[in-house]
Design a protein around this ligand. Structure first.
Ligand SMILES: [Zn+2]
Length: 538
């Protein structure tokens, strides 16, 4: 019992460590960033020669690059759709990327796609622009689908795919939708690094804004800016002032009256809270999301000090009222809660409704002296890949409200019998053992999933896991199969053993070591586990 609880603490500890690190980071000078960005584009003009390395490609708009793997760390820059970055390392759901010769930043995995090496540093993407004043964007590729939103000329949207006369586009809030091809113009759009210099400009959002000589209210006024005027930002300071260039000299404006392109997501305004209701005060600039987890899109951002009434809770996430109609979710650890949350209703999203009260045991195969398979090309140990995958999957499952127990959360040896004991002692609903495969024939590539009991829950879970894993990873489908493994045979809990890819196959091994691989594999297994547990409940 105690062991499971210790293992569960892993994520919290990790999060605390990351937070500590983030706080230590110093605010980076904006103008230094411009230099980095220029350097970055230079490096990428040479990148065609540097074929080695892993890259991620940005798949969202105005993506923050941060000083650490945590949304609480400083934003050191932004990236745009289509930008690609060399991956230096990964931590949980974050990629550390190169933004300059010796400069690095962190991007959240949900905002990029990883896996392949991109031949072109800035891949050309096709974009879509409305021809008409108002073009409907629909949920599917025909007029029978509901209208999701409308688009107007002047804004171009990334083209995702075509289906007949219809085109799927990506919307700025990361949703997708379909437009009729006869109502839009498509063109090639080079993701341009030149746009970066424009990003250092902020827009004045107050009617009039004083520029002061010093970052203080009483300081001499150098001049006044009008609404919608653009200012060149030197540094966004932590004290609520932004250093700008004004008439060839340095001046200061109140940060809350300007908007940086990187912060182009709307700010939620503080809402007066009725007496007696629980409320949160945002400790630092935070993302307010459409759902209770970092996997949900950002709806608006909340400035440090903003206050919102709490309307619901889901695990460690709080739903808050951001205007008279809209609600959004914020991570409770980024806020200060005032009043009692006891009366606040606990809600379960559609995703977690089947998972609360469920227990999943994740079993990272091998460990310690038992390294498992060894990558033929790189010498990578299977035990390390298994653990990385287990941790990624662990984080995903935690957001659903399920209880997740790891049979090991570090590089230690755990006997097969102990692994089974943990599953039974924790009265797990599912046991998922994670492995990488080997084969004498180096040509064999793909994913496979093993079960022990032919009829029943094991087989069903194996089928689901195999299907989702293949759909997500895209490796050959070697099927869900019977396997006489100790952790399956001796286990009374519904159990499967996943062989994610072959470390004896050059391509599989290469893929397994890619930064985005764990994310994709975990995503597939996550979907399978969620639907399996939801079915169990029905
Ligand atoms: Zn193994």
């Amino acid at each position: 019992m105690s062991k499971g609880r210790i293992l569960q603490k892993w994520s919290r500890r990790e999060r605390a460590n990351r937070r500590k690190k983030g706080v230590k980071e110093v605010v980076k000078k904006r103008n230094r960033l411009i230099a980095l960005v220029l350097l970055f584009s230079l490096i990428f003009s040479l990148a065609a020669f540097a074929e080695e390395g892993h890259f991620v490609k940005v798949t969202a708009y105005d993506v923050n690059i941060r000083s650490g793997p945590d949304t609480e760390t400083t934003v050191i820059g932004t990236a745009n759709f289509g930008d690609s970055f060399e991956v230096i390392s990964t931590m949980n759901d974050w990629y550390q990327v190169r933004v300059g010769k010796d400069a690095f930043g962190w991007i959240h995995a949900s905002l990029v796609k990883a896996g392949t090496r991109f031949a072109a540093p800035n891949p050309t993407i096709e974009v879509v622009e409305a021809n008409d004043v108002q073009v409907n964007v629909r949920g599917g590729a025909s007029t029978s689908y509901e209208i999701v939103t409308t688009i107007r000329p002047g804004t171009r949207y990334p083209l995702l795919q075509r289906s007949g006369d219809w085109i799927q586009i990506r919307l700025p809030d990361e949703r997708t939708g379909w437009v009729a091809s006869w109502l839009v113009t498509t063109s090639e759009n080079k993701a341009k690094s030149t746009a970066k210099s424009e990003q250092m400009q902020a827009t004045v959002i107050a009617d009039e804004l004083n520029v002061r000589q010093e970052p203080a209210l009483g300081a001499t006024v150098l001049g006044t800016l009008q609404q919608n005027e653009l200012v060149a930002v030197q540094e966004e300071r932590k004290d609520g002032w932004t250093e700008i260039e004004y008439d060839g000299r340095i001046g200061y404006v109140a940060s809350e009256y300007i908007r940086l392109p990187g912060h182009s997501i709307l700010q939620a305004e503080s809402r007066p809270v009725e007496a007696g209701l629980a409320q949160v005060i945002v400790k630092e600039q935070v993302n307010l999301r459409t759902g209770p987890g970092t996997n949900f899109p950002v709806l608006v951002s909340g400035r440090a000090g903003s206050q919102f009434a709490v309307t619901a809770k889901s695990g460690a996430w709080l739903q808050v009222q951001i205007d008279s109609e809209k609600k959004a979710w914020v991570a409770s650890w980024l806020t200060e809660v005032q009043g009692s949350l006891d009366g606040v209703p606990e809600v379960h999203g559609s995703l977690d409704s089947g998972l609360r009260g469920k227990t999943v045991v994740l079993d990272a195969g091998h460990g310690g002296f038992d390294v498992g398979a060894v990558g033929r090309q790189s010498g990578v140990f299977e035990k390390d890949l298994n653990l990385a995958l287990a941790r990624t999957l662990y984080n995903k499952l935690l957001t659903t409200g399920a209880r997740v127990v790891m049979t090991r959360d570090d590089d230690s040896f755990v006997s097969l019998d102990d692994r089974v004991q943990i599953a039974e002692r924790e009265q797990a609903d599912l046991f998922v053992s994670l492995h990488y495969n080997t084969h004498a024939d180096a040509n064999i590539s793909g994913s496979m999933t093993f079960y022990y009991s032919e009829n029943g829950a094991d087989h069903q879970l194996a089928r689901q896991a195999q299907q989702e894993l293949v759909a997500s990873l895209g490796l050959p489908d070697l099927g869900a199969r019977f396997g006489d493994y100790y952790v399956l045979r001796e286990n009374r809990v519904t159990s499967i053993l996943v062989e994610t890819a072959f470390l004896t196959n050059q391509q599989d091994e290469w893929s397994a070591k890619e930064a985005g691989h764990q994310e994709l594999a975990a995503e597939g297994l996550f979907r399978a586990i969620v639907s399996n547990l939801q079915e169990q409940r029905e």
